[in-house]
Unconditional design. Structure first.
Length: 148
């Protein structure tokens, strides 16, 4: 377990009529990725984002540590890209929504579709994507959506 910290758990859930946000504030220890992967079913998908820091810790991180982390990530990304079939991968949200006819085709092929980006901080954009039956919407500004 990682050191004890305060964190906010956000879970977006599609309901038959609307999008609900469950919020839970917890004072607890954060699990390691290994513990997390062992605790959930193998069919569960993850969106793991690595945020770059701009604080004073940047100056204190030894170059060999940076190399170790970047090498591990690059190896995984390279393996993923090699395994991808032609036509799979990420597309910009604007492209997807301007060519809505591709969504049913992708869904029929078993391709999951999720979008992310600042544009998703708009209620109307989320409602439109729900109507398209996308698998999920990733947002940055949860508080703005909750305020509406």
């Amino acid at each position: 377990m990682l050191r004890s910290t305060r964190f906010l758990l956000l879970s977006w859930v599609w309901t038959s009529l609307s999008l609900m946000c469950k919020i839970c504030q917890v004072e607890d220890s954060l699990p390691t990725l290994e513990e997390l992967f062992q605790a959930v079913p193998p069919s569960c998908g993850f969106d793991i984002e690595i945020k770059m820091t701009s604080g004073p810790e940047v100056e204190k991180t030894p170059p060999e540590e940076v190399e170790r982390v970047v090498s591990a990530i690059w190896r995984d990304v390279s393996q993923f890209l090699t395994a991808c079939q032609e036509g799979s991968g990420c597309v910009q949200r604007q492209v997807l929504l301007s060519k809505e006819h591709v969504v049913p085709t992708a869904k029929a092929l078993g391709i999951g579709i999720m979008t992310y980006g600042l544009e998703n901080d708009d209620d109307a954009a989320i409602v439109k994507q729900k109507a398209l039956e996308l698998d999920g919407v990733i947002v940055d500004n949860v508080q703005a959506l909750l305020a509406e």
